[in-house]
Design a protein around this ligand. Sequence first.
Ligand code: ADP
Ligand code: MG
Length: 692
Amino acid sequence: MRPEILFPLFAPSSTLKGVGPRLAPLLDKLAGPLVRDVLFVSPQSLIQRRATTIAGAVEGEVQTFTVSIDAHLKPARANLPYRIRCFDGSGFITLVFFKVFGDHLERQNPSGSRRVVSGKVERDKYGSELQIAHPDYLLPVERAGEIPEVEPVYPATAGLPSRTVRKFAQEALARAGELPEWQDPAWLQREVLPDWRTAMTALHAPQNEGDLSPLSRARRRLAYDELLAHQLALAERRLHRRAEPGREIAASATANAIEAALPFRLTGAQQMALAEVRGDLASGERMARLIQGDVGSGKTVVALLAMADAAAGGMQSVLMAPTEILARQHFETIAAPLAAQGVTAVLLTGRDKGAARAETLRMIADGRAAVVVGTHAVFQTDVVYRALALTVVDEQHRFGVNERRRLQDKGEGVHLLAMSATPIPRTLELTLYGDLDVSRLAEKPPGRTPVVTAAVPIPRMAEVVDRLRKAIAGGAQAFWICPLVAESEAVDLMAAEQRVEDLRRWLGPSVGLIHGKMTGAAKDAVMADFAAGKLSVLTATTVVEVGVNVPNASIMVIEHSERFGLAQLHQLRGRVGRGARESACVLLYDPPLSQVAQARLDILRKTDDGFVIAEKDLELRGGGDPLGLKQSGFPAYRFADPVVHRDLIAVAADDARLVLNRDAAFASPRGKALLVLKALFDWKPGSEREAG
Ligand code: ADP
Ligand code: MG
């Protein structure tokens, strides 16, 4: 239920004075349907209207003059502008009006009258005359006070200019009363932040550039409110989910036997993650846990052991991967160790058809298949599970937040284990996954040789090819990545095919190509050839297949590396350095590099820690869309910037969890005020924007 105090803000924006049937849809599109949405539109810049004399006029600036009307110059022809010559003792300036009837202007501003006029000063095309086209203000001197010296500029659209938006924002502000303080007063005092209404008022009345900064006190306050509201929604969601019963799954001898048979020992981080997963599974509550770990950190085996536990308890698990190849690879990795303990796994992808598919479905339906590995196909409506208890989503960042949420809400009591190989800074993790419990695999399995990374300008590609030839002669294998350069996939494909021809000319015939337009079977065939060592070089367009594992591949060449995101480059590099062979990553770039591009490639050369790389990447990007997260359903914040305000995110997350621990019913005075905050922002699960 929405608190009554918010009713005025939740009225339709069409109730604002001056919003008629013409403007309502425009305002809706620009801001949203409610008065609140108009209130939440922030000015983006400001105009300083300096008052001066005509002699002191500066071309290109917005200025204000006090003048006498000298003459009305009526156009000789209809398609010429109407002009008014003004004068102030220091010079002349002409006001220019296109497509207006002069009569009205002349009546309002008769010759000899004194006026204040304000607008952008320009010079006419002959360079002789100062003029203002369609001045922003033209008023009798007595009304000079109506012209603001500093004017905030709002986002605008055709038919809805900034000044109109500003007027509506001011009206919305007038409807916003004092709201009860929902923030901790001590914290506000320490951070020197204003109350909500003061912050709102300041937002809409910036006096200088500093006031527009997201670091200004007003904007920080509003950002914190928004972050807290979001974190509360996420924490509540987490709490509700945990209150739902989940199938109880106990640690099993089956899983222990599989673990004992592994050719390696689990790392400390893997053991910890497994213990956390098992804690959830045994708790009787529904698990929704994310395992965040760098490429190669060994997430799969944690999932494998959890699925073995489920199987031992007579329940089914499904492991979903974003691509066919990955699904197949997972199946090949886990089917044998499971089978050795009498657990049957099946593979189900979109490519399965006919009788074979029907048999697989029967095995899933009657429970013979305890573990199902596949792509999206595993959730098609005709796939019926006998006793599904655990869903594992691999490379979950490729599915998008809302897709993940749908999975999470799928079966009753079904546990969710998500795995992500995009290490993200903790602050962003809280923003994206605040409703999940997170295990981090920060430690990598031992025995990995670090990948030597070098940045090489494209004109020196011949040297790279030379060294590649020698390495291949010694039995090495390499990936060669051609990025998405053009807008069209077809053009990129041509570029990649051209590159394959070049490479065959330089290195011999054992160069293969894999790209997004190929059929699944064709991709598999190429991958299989590469994995079997029949191909020395695998050329790929973009990152068709994240997560593939070819231990013998030790060289990664990335063309136009400056066009990739840092996290993506790190992912690609993670494809090599998995075997005993010394590995190398060559970042080819098109010179000259910008300073930021240089700094980004430097980071990759200096560290191999995905979490560090992600943090630095964020710093270097300094705002906007960190790590391309909008694609994965990043929340559409209105005040908060997850990069600039990242110090506030962790505080908000802690605060939210604390509040729910102490006062989940929101009954205390602060709790009641927080209800107002929650209603004000109205975060609903899944209200994050879908991709795009
Ligand atoms: P990712 O986290 O990228 O999904 P994988 O689960 O595919 O990583 O593991 C990468 C490789 O590391 C696999 O070949 C796997 O068998 C191996 N591996 C996993 N855990 C360990 C470990 N504790 N010690 C040695 N190798 C391991
Ligand atoms: Mg993996």
